[in-house]
Write a protein that binds this ligand. Structure first.
Ligand code: PLP
Length: 401
């Protein structure tokens, strides 16, 4: 590895391997060491001041554990590079990354436009804490596109997007929304967790600030909570200052594990996608299934925009069952052998849970007649996954009582 490969000319599969690493700096070690640190000592007053000064002028300089260390920069720089933003900051969870990004760009008296398809805890944050601090939230139809203009008010400062929505998988027209948002002088934020930094390039489509629940595919092993927020150069100062003022920082072991997981993300995602495509296509042929909500599947809702804007698809989607009882769903889910039942996703293992967001939606009427199941397709052999699902759907179909 040459001293400083110009990573900007590299393809993504190489970028995930080299970005954010600096073996020369650490005695040749492939991975950065884990810096456990609060206090950082200076030898002279002059050095103390010059380090502060360097940090203030934007250099990655160690002044205090909370302010960043080589362990955090290794991950942050890699994520910023792959997402195509200016700089990135790590947060202790995906949700803290979401709330940290919102707080950086909102103040009392502001209006926030929030997609109705958003991750449920993000919605709750708007309805509780943001409301308490005088920010008004309007939920909008995720498929609104350029018509977002009709909802913008003089005090609208943020339009928040999540595409596809992680519960019902609506694909948003991000280029159209960002164009109108910018004409209005507001910022567009995006929760880009579903696509990971590999399969959607938010900054090429006009996004100002991109959020990753790194807990999911960046970590990849279901054992660490972490988030990142990446900003354009213009949005960076507000993000950096607010995050610093809030005292947000992530723990060194979690950062280390995340940058470790990051290195295999491209190969993992390729397999998640291949398996998910096969399972989604197969589910579509099953009589128990009304509809499959996987944007990468031809004919599925959002497929056209997905094909236009995305570079790939991850392993998370949902499917609508024919109307049936809750007991029948229990018969299916309780007996799964390989699919685990648990929140979160993005690890190497498959998951299957009932999706219950119907009651919290406010902007658009619920579009589904049957119950929804959310599925995460892991890295198992796809034939074993299919066998498990087939047996499950038969339990559902044959359930009496
Ligand atoms: C999981 C998730 C989050 C929150 O991440 P945590 O690390 O669990 O806090 C945010 N957005 C989306 C889309 C998610 O799936």
């Amino acid at each position: 590895m040459s001293k400083n490969p110009d990573t900007s000319v590299l393809r993504d599969g190489t970028k995930v391997v080299v970005s954010g690493r600096d073996p020369q700096r650490f005695g040749g070690m492939v991975n950065p060491p884990v810096y456990h640190v609060s206090t950082v000592l200076a030898e002279t007053v002059e050095q103390l001041k010059s380090k502060d000064h360097a940090e203030e002028s934007g250099k990655q300089e160690m002044t205090y554990g909370r302010r960043g260390t080589p362990t955090s920069w290794a991950l942050e720089n890699a994520v910023a590079e792959l997402e195509g933003g200016y700089r990135s900051l790590a947060f202790p969870s995906g949700l803290s990354a979401v709330t940290g990004a919102l707080l950086a760009f909102l103040k009392a008296g502001d209006h926030l436009l929030m997609t109705d398809s958003v991750y449920a805890p993000t919605r709750r944050f708007c309805n509780t804490i943001l409301k308490r601090f005088g920010v008004e939230t309007t939920y909008y139809d995720p498929l609104i596109g350029a018509d977002i203009g009709s909802l913008l008010r003089p005090n609208t400062s943020v339009v928040f997007t999540e595409s596809p929505g992680s519960h019902t998988f609506e694909v948003q027209d991000i280029p159209a929304i960002s164009k109108v948002t910018h004409e209005h002088g507001a910022k567009i934020l995006m929760d880009n967790t579903w696509a990971s930094p590999l399969f959607f390039k938010p900054f090429e489509h006009g996004v100002d600030v991109s959020i990753q629940a790194a807990t999911k595919y960046i970590v990849g092993y279901s054992d660490v909570m972490l988030g990142t927020v990446t900003a354009t150069k213009e949005a960076w100062p507000e993000l950096r200052d607010c995050t610093g003022d809030m005292g947000q920082c992530a723990g060194p072991d979690d950062l280390y594990l995340a940058q470790r997981g990051f290195r295999s993300m491209a190969v993992r995602l390729r397999q998640h996608q291949a398996n998910a495509l096969l399972i989604a296509g197969w589910l579509q042929t099953r009589p128990e299934v009304r509809q499959v909500l996987y944007p990468a599947l031809p004919g599925a809702p959002g497929h056209e925009i997905w094909k236009r804007d995305f570079l790939g698809a991850s392993g998370l989607f949902a499917f609508e069952l024919q109307p049936c009882t809750e007991k029948a769903i229990e018969a299916m889910l309780d007996g799964m052998r390989l699919f685990g039942m648990g929140y979160s996703w993005g690890g190497y293992e498959s998951l299957l849970i009932p999706e219950n967001v119907r009651k919290i939606r406010t902007a658009v009427p619920w579009r589904f007649e049957g119950p929804l199941l959310r599925i995460h397709i892991g890295l198992e052999d796809v034939e074993d996954l299919k066998d498990d699902l087939k047996a499950g759907l038969e339990r559902l179909r044959d359930f009496r009582g």
